[in-house]
Design a protein. Structure first.
Length: 231
């Protein structure tokens, strides 16, 4: 009983942290922790020094975007490449966007979504996934349940998470970021009799996924949702 209570407390903590990153698309979440305070340009942002502030250039016709602080982008990708340029353009729309914070949030999202899928927790999955992705996940969960199958899953950890590509639709201000996850977990599928029919509860399995997250920039809604999964 004590172990169950501890697990519930940990799961609740992770869920609350994840809502700060991906939100629940109500439009009323507080995005400060992951995306910074959307105060007037030039006002200090909580937790940042003057050297860390993002400098916006509205109307500065002769200013180069490379004059701004894009160290967060340089930390996750080549600033001069297509992905880097897409993220630079994203910061022009929303100066508080931070690529490193996004990656940190995506790591939390990956673990939570993966474990929710394995354990059949559709309630947790729904606000984090695009409708078509949710339908696909829910269909697989329901099929597993109909077959009388249950999953024992344990997330071991992430070996790495890297931004693979970013694309910005400037007309709609929609930003998509692909993240490559290299993770380890233990998964064992049991039938109604409790017999293992897939996986092994004593073997760590390596997982490599390419997930695409999407968000509309320049809005009060900080929600990122998973719109595509792949290998």
């Amino acid at each position: 009983m004590i172990e169950i209570i501890i697990l519930l407390v940990v799961a609740g903590f992770l869920f609350m942290r994840l809502r700060d990153v991906l939100g629940t698309k109500t439009g009323h979440e507080n995005p400060t922790e992951w995306f910074g305070d959307k105060g007037p340009v030039g006002d200090p942002v909580a937790g940042e020094s003057d050297a860390d502030k993002v400098v916006a250039f509205p109307g500065a016709e002769n200013a180069s975007v490379f004059g701004a602080d894009h160290s967060d982008i340089e930390a996750v990708t080549d600033l001069a490449g297509n992905t880097g340029q897409a993220l630079v353009a994203a910061k022009e729309i929303e100066p508080d966007f931070n690529a490193q914070r996004f990656v940190e949030g995506s790591r939390m999202a990956y673990e939570m979504i993966l474990m929710a899928y394995e354990t059949g927790d559709k309630e947790t999955l729904q606000p984090l996934l695009a409708p078509d992705v949710y339908d696909s996940f829910a269909e697989a969960i329901d099929a597993r349940k109909e077959q009388g199958l249950s999953v024992d899953a344990r997330f071991i950890g992430l070996r790495s998470s890297k931004v693979a590509e970013a694309q910005l639709d400037e007309a709609s201000k929609t930003l998509q970021i692909e993240v490559r996850f290299d993770a380890e977990m233990i998964v064992a599928v049991r039938n109604a009799e409790g017999e293992i029919v897939e996986g092994d509860p004593s073997v760590v399995r390596r997982i490599n996924d390419l997930w695409t997250f999407e968000r509309t920039l320049g809005t009060d809604d900080p929600s990122w949702i998973l719109v595509e999964t792949g290998d």
